[in-house]
Design a protein around this ligand. Structure first.
Ligand SMILES: Cc1cc2nc3c(=O)[nH]c(=O)nc-3n(C[C@H](O)[C@H](O)[C@H](O)COP(=O)(O)OP(=O)(O)OC[C@H]3O[C@@H](n4cnc5c(N)ncnc54)[C@H](O)[C@@H]3O)c2cc1C
Length: 406
């Protein structure tokens, strides 16, 4: 093979992506920073921006909605979705770079510039007819927000065993059950809710589950599930004999788990991209600090135990980024990526955990201060290692791909 032979994968940021990243920076500076400055630290300090039960204050909710809407107007918010759904159809590689770039700003309210768990996900592309006008399109425009309701009190990792049921009654479905830890449940206009419609004995482990669009005034909000670092974002959803018309089934009856699995890699790609971006942000901030802070007559970066922590973080973040780009590229080729996405999600989030810990350590007491960004990202790192498949579930998937586990 000649020296010019290309394998089709490139690690260079192409011109179009570079333009998107530059315009994202301009948008954040022009539209988001003034909003964040007005709010002060109410986003990062739960004692200021949340009510006692965890619920976000109106100021904070309005700020989030404004960012979302402005970003959609500027064409960023859901630019990964296809054009016929109102997106821009950008490639998973560009979406990966954009998500990572956004996170490298530090993960404050900026995170709402690109659609996250409350925004349109590929699962919603199954919307048909009226569902497109009522749910998909307004969500792509940032006017409505949504939630993904799968986890239950008894079943998290083992969610195919869910106990929430939906029974057909004429042209309606009657849903009974309880969900918990559902991101955006308190504020969503509607939730994409998973319920068992055919018993496992008949439908198999992953079959028999259907996704329903349930509107905010149709479900009861239970307690807030306040994770440290995400207070007010998750809550329980309670469904007692909730009647939903048949035209609110999203996708095919009994097929929701398989449909969700089709998009698993994309979710893990986004989450890993965030982890890599946060790591880059932390390394930059911590690098600045160790070049300024002096102890024993030298800047502390000159102590090998300090510099090695950041150098190790840099090396691991570099490797995580390469794994993310490889995964994004394989997703773009429609290749099978079950193992790759587990490797990336597990690795990138664990690297962030180590980098965040190192960043706190080299900052000394300053690293623990409420007003510094470090502990916030320690909490985010911890969260990212649990959501969308825990560390252990990712390692199970990797072990299975190696043929060493059933
Ligand atoms: C901030 C946050 C946001 C969330 N958002 C959402 C959301 O929007 N929608 C939603 O549906 N859910 C959401 N969740 C729930 C999340 O998906 C679950 O917490 C996660 O899947 C783990 O389930 P669990 O908490 O029930 O833990 P469990 O499944 O009970 O696991 C407990 C421990 O046992 C381990 N374990 C379980 N099974 C195995 C196994 N087979 N092998 C090895 N170890 C195992 C786990 O890895 C973990 O360490 C959110 C959670 C958090 C914290």
């Amino acid at each position: 093979m000649g020296a010019n032979t290309t394998s089709g994968v490139s690690f260079t940021t192409d011109e179009e992506t570079r333009l998107i990243l530059d315009s994202l920076d301009e948008f954040i500076e022009r539209e988001v920073e003034p909003i964040v400055d007005d709010l002060g630290d109410v986003y990062t300090n739960p004692r200021k921006g949340r009510h006692e039960n965890g619920r976000w204050t109106d100021d904070l909710l309005e700020a989030r909605e404004e960012i979302r809407r402005k970003s959609a107007e500027a064409g960023f918010y859901a630019m990964n979705l296809p054009e016929d759904a109102g997106g821009d159809g950008i490639s998973p590689v560009t979406w990966y770079r954009a998500k990572k770039h956004l996170a490298s700003h530090g993960g404050g309210l900026e995170r709402y510039v690109l659609a996250g768990p409350e925004g349109p996900k590929p699962l919603l592309l199954q919307a048909e007819g009226d569902q497109r006008d009522r749910y998909l399109e307004p969500t792509v425009r940032g006017e409505k927000s949504t939630a993904f309701g799968q986890t239950e009190p008894g079943y998290g990792s083992d969610s195919p065993n869910m106990e929430t049921t939906a029974e057909r009654d004429g042209d309606e479905w009657v849903i009974d059950g309880r969900k918990q830890w559902i991101t955006n449940a308190p504020y969503a206009d509607y939730v994409q809710l998973f319920a068992r419609t055919t018993p496992q004995e008949e439908a198999g482990r992953y079959g028999g589950i259907t996704c329903f669009i349930v509107e905010r005034d149709e479900y009861e909000l239970g307690s807030y599930n306040n994770a440290v670092g995400a207070e007010g974002t998750q809550a329980e959803i309670i469904l007692n004999d909730v009647r939903i018309p048949d035209d609110r089934v999203l996708g095919e009856v009994d097929d929701a788990f398989y449909a969700a699995m089709d998009f698993l890699s994309l979710g893990r790609l986004e989450l890993g991209a965030e982890a890599v971006g946060y790591s880059e942000y932390l390394l930059e901030k911590a690098g600045e600090y160790v070049n300024e802070r002096e102890a024993f007559g030298k800047t502390i970066g000159n102590f090998q135990q300090v510099s090695a922590k950041l150098a190790e973080g840099r090396a691991k973040t570099y490797a995580a980024d390469a794994a993310g780009l490889k995964l994004a590229w394989k997703v773009a080729q429609d290749e099978r990526t079950i193992m790759d996405s587990s490797v990336f999600k597990w690795f990138a989030t664990n690297v962030l955990w180590e980098v965040a810990d190192a960043a706190v350590q080299v900052n000394g007491a300053n690293g623990l201060a409420e007003e510094s960004p470090y502990m916030d990202l320690v909490h985010q790192a911890r969260i990212l290692r649990i959501v969308e498949g825990t560390d252990e579930i990712q390692l199970n998937t990797i072990a299975k791909s190696m043929g060493i586990m059933d």
